[in-house]
Design a protein around this ligand. Structure first.
Ligand SMILES: Nc1ncnc2c1ncn2[C@@H]1O[C@H](COP(=O)(O)OP(=O)(O)OP(=O)(O)O)[C@@H](O)[C@H]1O
Ligand SMILES: Nc1ncnc2c1ncn2[C@@H]1O[C@H](COP(=O)(O)OP(=O)(O)OP(=O)(O)O)[C@@H](O)[C@H]1O
Ligand SMILES: [Mg+2]
Ligand SMILES: [Mg+2]
Lengths: 165, 165, 165, 165
């Protein structure tokens, strides 16, 4: 199981449709300050169902939608699609490839899809249950958050270990 | 579930000893349950000893030592329960050159079981990657992906050079 | 003291516009008193606009943009009330190469009035310095000072080479 | 006014007497992770009268005293002396050079000196009042603390501006 492709449109600074094809090995993402690297990580967290706007560095749910620039007007929708290789059958679905799509509109509405079929957020959480993937997993470390793994109070560290149990 | 937790805790403690000593080139670690009689509420104390130094309170560690210790713990958790993919955003920023190389090596090792997406400004981490993606903002405010190639000598000079959009 | 505060606030706001545009190569800033009628309790809102981008909530800025914005504010405060010395510990860690160079330049400028002690792993910051000190731990656990000299081409390869203790 | 010399003995990893001569320009401090660079900044903060052990990354006041290593026994005292060039007369003393010394013993006792004359901590605070130097000054940025300049709540930022007034 690995992340095969990520498609972004209208998500933060990715105003235009952008596609990122990935292999199962190591991919490094590089570029100048403010170019949009961490926005890619935010897109993955968001597609996995992240609901806390602060984890996406915003203060309202609309903060993920491209809000315009010098020369461009804001857009009305943000959409992210993750294509996951499921040839190992780790996800409880018959398909060898699974796509997850999330959309947000300026109106505040949200839409979720699994393999282009509308679903609820809960369905996405249940799909990833126990696979080690998901918003709460220790395997996604946002910028500046590494120290939090250590500095949490001793009681807060328990959940990391429970996740590994 | 108590047995599961204890079993996972012990496995992570053993793995942590290995990943820590790999990243620091030696040293010792201890993970201690603050309240072993109450597994639902117990905290987890982390005690580390970098090579050649005395046992210290974690707070006295340097910026780089803390980042390396947190990374070692994450890899220990992933050893016990591998996750399909792992995304790390500039976790190598506080590290000096030799420690970035050690980090890149351990990522390489783990990439047999886990897909890695590493956001970085460090040359040694870029070199460890199978693929490189550049994110640029040729048009202000709009992120675009470009494919990049490393120039110059290995671990030497030269930025990641932007090839083409 | 009200007049003193207002006078200093306005002077810092003007200086911030200059230091920000210097470090970002353009852009606009605004400092706003949240409660101008109660100077003893009022907060200060910071609004920034990197060049080519829309006005954004500070939380959406990237890691490097936040570090650069905080540095600009510090230099603005130091412009209004210079301090005899300034010590900065790895403030250039999140910056990419062009931004480290801009940081090194502004430090050079301010060093006419203020003494700087900069702890860094970045080559461009080392080059801006009049003196270099190395700290090593040849004997584990014990810090020693050594004098160092930069090798290699400017802004190029080569670490700070340790000359002699 | 600038910091001319710093002498450390038994302070954190500086077990042996160490002297750092400085010029009024820019000094860069470089070296591997964990070598003792940030400990130098802590020594300056401490000599200026810092009382909060957390600002020195410890949990007890004795944490600044060298606690031993693989081959060395702990020592009983930490001492830091700062020599300040006062040819500009900014410090309210007749001397062209002023030394501040702070000592701490394992017993918990502390001693303070100005120009080798025993004094109280309050005397050191008063000496630096209104010079822009001191524990609270915006001109000392510890590792990882830069973002705190921005991320404090709006009300917390006021004290930065009051300091500049
Ligand atoms: N909804 C949005 N619309 C437009 N721009 C946005 C939106 N959300 C965030 N941004 C912009 O995205 C930029 C931050 O991008 P990001 O954090 O990905 O940079 P980065 O490449 O990680 O940089 P660094 O190397 O400094 O960490 C900011 O300039 C911010 O203003
Ligand atoms: N009282 C003490 N006695 C002995 N060692 C100590 C004491 N206090 C701190 N240390 C040690 O000092 C080291 C940290 O040093 P410091 O933070 O100065 O490193 P640094 O050079 O800034 O590294 P980095 O580049 O990673 O930030 C730790 O290994 C810690 O164990
Ligand atoms: Mg980033
Ligand atoms: Mg440090």
């Amino acid at each position: 199981m690995y992340l095969k492709r990520l498609e972004l449109q209208g998500f933060k600074t990715f105003a235009d449709r952008t596609e990122l094809d990935l292999t199962s090995g190591i991919t490094a993402i590089v570029g100048p300050n403010g170019a949009g690297k961490s926005n890619i990580l935010d897109a993955i967290l968001w597609a996995l169902g992240e609901q806390n706007v602060r984890s996406l560095r915003g203060s309202r749910s609309q903060d993920v939608i491209f809000s315009g620039s010098d020369k461009r007007r804001p857009v009305g929708m943000a959409e992210v699609t993750m294509t996951i290789d499921n040839s190992s059958g780790r996800l409880p679905l018959e398909f060898s490839e699974v796509t997850i799509t999330r959309r947000a509109f300026r109106s505040g509405d949200s839409e979720y899809f699994i393999n282009k079929t509308p679903c609820r957020l809960r369905d996405i959480y249940e799909l990833f249950m126990d696979t080690g993937v998901g918003r709460e997993a220790y395997s996604i470390v946002s910028q500046g958050e590494l120290d939090a793994v250590l500095s949490a109070r001793p009681e807060d560290r328990r959940s990391l270990f429970e996740e590994a149990a | 579930t108590h047995d599961l937790f204890i079993h996972a805790f012990r496995a992570v403690a053993d793995a942590f000893e290995i990943t820590f000593s790999r990243l620091f080139g030696g040293g010792k670690t201890q993970l201690i349950l603050t309240d072993p009689d109450d597994l639902l509420e117990t905290g987890i104390e982390i005690i580390v000893q970098p090579p050649g130094k005395n046992l210290q309170n974690m707070t006295l560690l340097s910026g780089g030592e803390k980042a390396l210790t947190a990374t070692a713990l994450l890899f220990a958790l992933m050893k016990v329960k591998p996750s399909p993919f792992c995304i790390m955003d500039e976790v190598d920023a506080p590290l000096d050159e030799p420690n970035v190389e050690r980090f890149a090596e351990i990522v390489r090792d783990f990439s047999l079981d886990t897909q890695f997406i590493i956001i970085t400004h460090n040359r040694a981490s870029m070199e460890a990657a199978d693929n490189l993606y550049g994110v640029t903002m040729q048009e202000p405010g709009i992120s675009k992906l470009v494919s990049v190639k490393l120039t110059g000598v290995p671990s030497g000079d030269g930025e990641a050079v932007i090839l083409a959009a």
